[in-house]
Ligand binder design. Structure first.
Ligand code: ATP
Length: 380
C-alpha cells in the first residue's frame, strides 16, 4: 500500500503557491484495510476516506468510464490493482495530474512539470472531452494563473469548444455552474474566465445575459481589480445592463440571480449597485434630498457591511471617487448621531416624529453640501 499527495497540492507546491487543501491517493489497498487503519469512509460512488487525525481526504486509486451525460455520468472502478498512472490519467490538466511521494519525489507521467515551465494548461488525454465541467475548470484555472503568464494549449481550447458545441454543457447542474462562476470571481483575473467561456462559445450557453458586458472594456478592467467577488459580480451585471432601461434592471437582476441560484449576498449588492451606481458616482452633484434618498435606497443606515463593498465598486467605476469615498462615510456617521429619543423628549411622536427625523436628516445632508458638516456637529 502506497500513499501519494496528488492534484492541486502538488501543482501549487511546485508553483510556490500556498497549499490549503491536500488530497491523497492510496494505491494497493482495499476499503477493509483502510477501515482497519482507522480511516472513516465517505462518498457513495467510489471509496474515499477521511484520515482520523488530519481530516484530509484519501481516495483509493480508481479508473472511470463514461456512462451518461454531464459530469456525474461516470462509473468508477477502484481496486488494489489500479496503478497511480491509471488514476492520474483521468484528471483534467497535466499540471493537476502529478503525484508526490512522502520523500518529496515527483511522479509526473503526463509531463505536468514541463507544462508548468511552459505555462500551459493542457489536457491529459482525449477523455478530457467526457466531462463538461472541465470547460469551466480550465477557464477558472486561467483566471487564477493568467497573471503568471499561463495560457490554454490550443489543442485543449479546441476540445473545450467541441464540448461547448455538444449538448453536454446543458447537463451541468445549476449549483455546479454557480460554484465554478463564484470561485472564478474570486481569482486574480476573473475576466479571463469570461473571455475563455466567450472564446469557447460556453458563455452564450451558460450566461447569455453577460455577453453585453464583454464588449464594455471598463467593466472588464474593473472586475480585474483586487476587490471582493460580490463587488465584481455587481460590476459585471451593471456592465451587462448598461443598455437596459433603468426600470427594467431590477427585474433582470432578480431573474438572473434566481436562474443561477446566486446567494442573497450577491443578489442584494448587485441590485443596489446597478440601480444606484450612477447616483453614487455623481455624489458631489446631488442635492440634500437626493443624498438622503440615496442613503435610504441603499439601506446604509442599517447595513454597515454594504458601505465598504459599494465604495469598492465606486472606486473602480467612477472617475472621481474622492467625493463619494470621503463624504459618504462622513454623512452616515453624522446621520447616525441623530437621536430619535432626543426628539421624543421634545414631544415628537408617531408621524410627527418620523417627519422630525426626516427634517433633521435632510439638514445634515445640507450641512455637508454647505461644507459645515463634521461628525461632531450633528444638526440637532
Ligand atoms: P483548487 O486549488 O481550486 O482546489 P484543485 O486542483 O485542488 O484546485 P479540486 O477540485 O480540489 O481542485 O480537485 C482535486 C484534483 O482532482 C484536481 O487537481 C484534479 O486532478 C482532479 N479533478 C477534480 N475535478 C476534476 C474534473 N472535473 N475532471 C478531472 N479531474 C478533476
Amino acid at each position: 500500500m502506497q500513499t501519494y499527495l496528488v492534484g492541486g497540492a502538488v501543482r501549487d507546491k511546485l508553483l510556490d503557491y500556498p497549499v490549503y487543501d491536500r488530497d491523497w491517493v492510496v494505491v494497493g489497498a482495499t476499503p477493509e484495510q483502510m477501515l482497519k487503519q482507522g480511516f472513516r469512509p465517505v462518498g457513495k460512488d467510489f471509496p474515499v476516506f477521511i484520515h482520523p487525525d488530519s481530516g484530509e481526504e484519501y481516495a483509493l486509486a480508481r479508473t472511470e468510464r463514461k456512462s451518461g451525460k454531464g459530469y456525474t455520468g461516470f462509473l468508477y472502478h477502484a481496486s488494489p490493482d489500479v496503478t497511480l498512472e491509471e488514476d492520474l490519467i483521468r484528471r483534467d490538466l497535466t499540471i493537476n495530474a502529478m503525484a508526490m511521494t512522502d520523500d518529496g519525489t515527483i511522479i509526473d507521467p503526463y509531463h505536468g512539470q514541463q507544462d508548468l515551465q511552459l505555462k500551459l494548461l493542457r489536457h491529459v488525454s482525449p477523455a478530457f472531452s467526457e466531462d463538461p465541467l472541465r470547460v469551466l475548470r480550465v477557464a477558472r484555472f486561467l483566471a487564477r494563473y493568467a497573471s503568471l503568464g499561463f495560457r490554454i494549449a490550443p489543442e485543449t481550447l479546441t476540445l473545450m469548444q467541441q464540448l461547448s458545441h455538444s449538448d453536454e454543457l446543458g447537463h451541468l447542474s445549476t449549483e455546479r455552474v454557480w460554484q465554478e462562476f463564484q470561485r472564478a470571481l474570486g481569482e486574480a483575473s476573473p475576466q479571463q474566465f469570461l473571455i475563455t467561456l466567450m472564446q469557447t462559445d460556453a458563455l452564450v450557453k451558460l450566461f447569455p445575459e453577460l455577453i453585453p458586458a464583454m464588449s464594455d472594456p471598463q467593466t472588464l478592467v474593473a472586475i480585474s481589480q483586487p476587490i471582493d467577488s460580490r463587488v465584481r459580480f455587481a460590476i459585471l451585471l451593471r456592465g451587462a445592463l448598461l443598455n437596459t432601461p433603468l426600470e427594467q434592471r431590477g427585474q433582470t437582476i432578480k431573474t438572473f440571480c434566481d436562474q443561477h441560484r446566486a446567494p442573497n449576498a450577491y443578489r442584494d449588492l448587485a441590485l443596489q449597485f446597478c440601480l444606484q451606481s450612477d447616483q453614487l458616482c455623481h455624489y458631489s452633484q446631488l442635492d440634500a434630498g437626493e443624498r438622503l434618498a440615496l442613503i435610504r435606497n441603499l439601506d446604509l443606515l442599517r447595513r454597515d457591511e454594504h458601505l465598504s463593498l459599494l465604495l469598492q465598486g465606486c472606486a473602480v467605476i467612477c472617475n472621481n471617487t474622492d467625493a463619494v469615498e470621503q463624504q459618504l462615510p462622513l454623512l452616515l456617521e453624522a446621520l447616525r448621531q441623530i437621536d430619535p429619543k432626543a426628539l421624543m423628549s421634545q414631544g415628537f411622536k408617531g408621524k410627527a416624529l418620523g417627519e422630525a427625523i426626516y427634517r433633521a436628516q435632510l439638514a445634515v445632508c445640507q450641512q455637508q453640501i454647505d461644507g459645515v458638516l463634521s461628525c461632531n456637529n450633528p444638526s440637532h
